[in-house]
Structures are given as C-alpha cells and as structure tokens.
Write a protein that binds this ligand. Structure first.
Ligand code: ZN
Length: 133
C-alpha cells in the first residue's frame, strides 16, 4: 500500500463540522461531494500528503447513520491508496480478509474503492482506493 490516502470521520452535520475542521486544520475544505450509492455527503481537507474526509448520512439507512447511531461521531475508516486495486483485492482475499464488495466501486474524489470487513481487520474498517485513470 502506498500511503494513508485519507481518514474518514463520521459526523452528524457537515454544516457544523466543516467550519470546525477548517479551524482545526487551518485549511479550507476544498471539495464537497455527494455519493448517492453510499447515502453520504462528503467533505475533504488536504493535510500534507493525506486527507481528512468528513462523512454525513443523507438517509436513514445509510451506513454512516447506523455508525453514528451506534458509536456516535468519530473515526469511521482508514483509506489506503493502492497502485492496482484489483490486484490488491485479490491478494487480500487470498489471505482470508473479507471484502465488502467483490468488484471495485465508485467512491468520492475520483476513486475506485473497496472496503474490508472490520471483523477481519481488528475492528478497523479499511478502504482501499485507487485513483481513476
Ligand atoms: Zn473514504
């Protein structure tokens, strides 16, 4: 894996969290994007070579809504950038890691993504992401 591409943080309201993180990180939010298939609104901040992604649920059955209801706001996932997402999915699956999607799907910020089930990764939701080319 190349680097930590971003940390995903689940929040209740982007409207409140964007200004908070702008102050915290001392950098403006450079992009917001709705990902309909995931039921989320996202907001991105650049911090050095990595990013912070804030996630807000757009519907009741969104995974982010379920997460916030259960655990409250907080770190939701760690995303690693990979060179070749399909090769990495194959490698991890062969090692026994459970993939939450069997083909790469479209994520925010021009990425192909795949998630690993937290039960096979010590409770941490892991996202693999590859820049779309
Ligand atoms: Zn993410």
């Amino acid at each position: 894996m190349l680097r930590i591409e971003h940390l995903g943080i689940a929040v209740k309201e982007l409207e409140k969290s964007i200004p908070l993180f702008e102050q915290l990180l001392n950098t403006p939010c450079y992009k917001t994007e709705k990902v309909d298939t995931e039921g989320v609104n996202t907001a991105f901040f650049q911090t050095g070579e990595s990013k912070i992604e804030l996630l807000e649920a757009t519907k009741e059955d969104s995974p982010i809504q379920k997460f916030v209801d259960k655990k409250g706001e907080g770190i939701h996932h760690i995303a690693f950038e990979v060179e070749n997402i399909e090769a990495e999915m194959k490698r991890l699956s062969a090692l026994g890691f459970e993939l939450l999607n069997t083909v790469p799907k479209n994520g925010a910020d021009n990425k192909l993504v795949c998630f690993l089930h937290p039960k096979t990764t010590n409770g941490v939701l892991i996202e693999l992401c590859q820049e779309k080319r």
